[in-house]
Design a protein around this ligand. Structure first.
Ligand code: ATP
Ligand code: MG
Length: 418
């Protein structure tokens, strides 16, 4: 039996709980629970009771399907309250020994010591690159000789109240939060290739309530952002434009929606039943495509603005990788490449084992990524801890502890409480 991991993607439109088992380098999906989400808008909690109920039913489903009781989980987070900044920090190095783990940590501590406004806290601190005595662009300077170590770090912050509201819902559903993970980092972990990350690429996860971005350059996270616009806005525009209730507009979008009016035949039409009308009427599919196109183009213009704001003025050679449920919209690739002028592909989780068929959909990139990235972040923490204790990486990651922690997540609750 391998390590067990649990991820809960609390989205604006669905909650997806996955139970996975680590087998060699793979995660085998043992169980899943997908439920519609309620009580969230634009990636933020608006109704604690409704969201708790949605998380609870997703978790119970995953428990039934995997045969394990879930105690702890990695949980996704997004929303308009997320911000990111870059910061650098320095530390002196003893000339004879070369750079030690403790030096890296002191430099990282200096970088993370940014003054945050009241009510905000740090979610992730990710080293972008190091420099030693002016030699820049180092990935891992461990063991290198020098005197002054500098780190450039990407710091992702969140509103404390938003984190607590989400945590409260997950806990009320009977699950402790192992760690929160920013949506696009989780998605990126699943859908990007190493080559893309090296060449320069941006993940654009267009969900229901938000569009989540993560830019990777030279293999490291360069920039992240959350735009509070997503598929529900496309549905809202459809509802307004065609005078339909939201649910009907959603069904119309899924059935006839297209983001590129040029690709739709002007002859194509479909019947709808608008508000207050006795008889159904006909709508040109191209008219619907114009409504959708305006919003989708706006989303990509905001994405472009973020790419420019990131301070990276080079070209993203590997372009854009779209994911999230809204990336299923026909024609979206064309609109993305028209606005962004970069290569675009649409991606979803692949090469999964276990209950994988249902997850081969761009909606589940974040959910699958939570399992993988959560595990990697745990391993990283343990590696740092063991290196700090042993002064070297000789003993490797403390697998025993990770294993215990993973098991801890899934022990029957009665036993946990003894
Ligand atoms: N075939 C499709 N065509 C167009 N839109 C689609 C299609 N399938 C799903 N969507 C849209 O995808 C959205 C849901 O995507 P996803 O499951 O990634 O969101 P989420 O994770 O719940 O939300 P968020 O991450 O924004 O909080 C909905 O707005 C839905 O209308
Ligand atoms: Mg999502």
């Amino acid at each position: 039996m391998g390590d067990l991991v649990v991820g809960i993607d609390v989205g604006t439109t669905k909650v997806c709980t996955l139970v996975g088992e680590v087998r060699d380098t793979d995660i085998y999906v043992l169980g899943l629970g997908i439920e519609p989400s309620h009580g969230m808008r634009k990636g933020m909690v608006t109704d604690v009771n409704a969201l708790t109920a949605a998380i609870s039913s997703s978790v119970h489903k995953a428990e039934r399907s995997s045969g394990y009781e879930i105690g702890r989980a990695f949980v996704s987070i997004a929303g308009g309250h997320i911000e990111s900044i870059n910061s650098s920090g320095a530390a002196g190095v003893s000339g004879q020994r070369g750079v030690q783990v403790a030096d890296l940590e002191r430099a990282m501590d200096a970088a993370r010591a940014v003054s945050l406004p009241h009510g905000r806290e740090v979610l992730h601190v990710i080293p972008r690159n190091y420099s030693l005595d002016g030699q820049t662009g180092l990935r891992s300077p461990l063991g290198m000789l020098g005197f002054r170590l500098e780190v450039e770090a990407h710091i992702i912050t969140a509103a404390t109240a938003s984190i607590h509201n989400l945590e409260r819902c997950v806990e009320a559903a009977g699950v402790a939060v192992d760690r929160f993970i920013l949506n696009p980092l989780a998605s990126g972990d699943v859908i990007l290739t190493d080559e893309e990350r090296e060449s320069g690429v941006m993940v654009v996860d267009i969900g229901g309530g938000t569009t989540d971005l993560a830019m990777f350059i030279d293999g490291a996270v360069w920039h992240t952002a959350v735009i509070a616009v997503g598929g529900q806005h496309i549905t809202n525009d459809t509802a307004h434009g065609l005078h339909l209730p939201f649910e009907l507009a959603e069904a119309v979008k899924l059935e006839y929606g297209h983001a590129d009016p040029k690709a739709v035949s002007p002859l194509e039409a479909f019947p709808i039943q608008p508000f207050g009308e006795e008889l159904p009427s006909k709508v040109q599919r191209a008219d619907l495509a114009h409504i959708i196109n305006a919003r989708v183009a706006e989303i990509f213009e905001l994405v472009l603005k973020e790419a420019k704001r990131s301070g990276y003025d080079g070209l993203l050679k590997a372009g854009i990788v779209l994911t999230g449920g809204s990336s299923l919209l026909p024609g979206i690739k064309t609109v993305a490449s028209d606005v962004l002028r970069m290569p675009v592909r649409v991606a979803q989780p692949e090469n999964l084992t276990g209950m994988a068929e249902a997850l081969k959909n761009p909606s589940y990139s974040t959910s699958v990524g939570l399992l993988k990235l959560g595990l990697i972040m745990d391993l990283e923490d343990d590696r740092r801890l063991s290196m700090r204790q042993n002064g070297s990486e000789r003993h490797g990651p403390n697998i025993g502890r990770i294993f215990r922690r993973a098991i801890d997540r899934l022990l029957p609750r009665e036993e946990n409480e003894v």
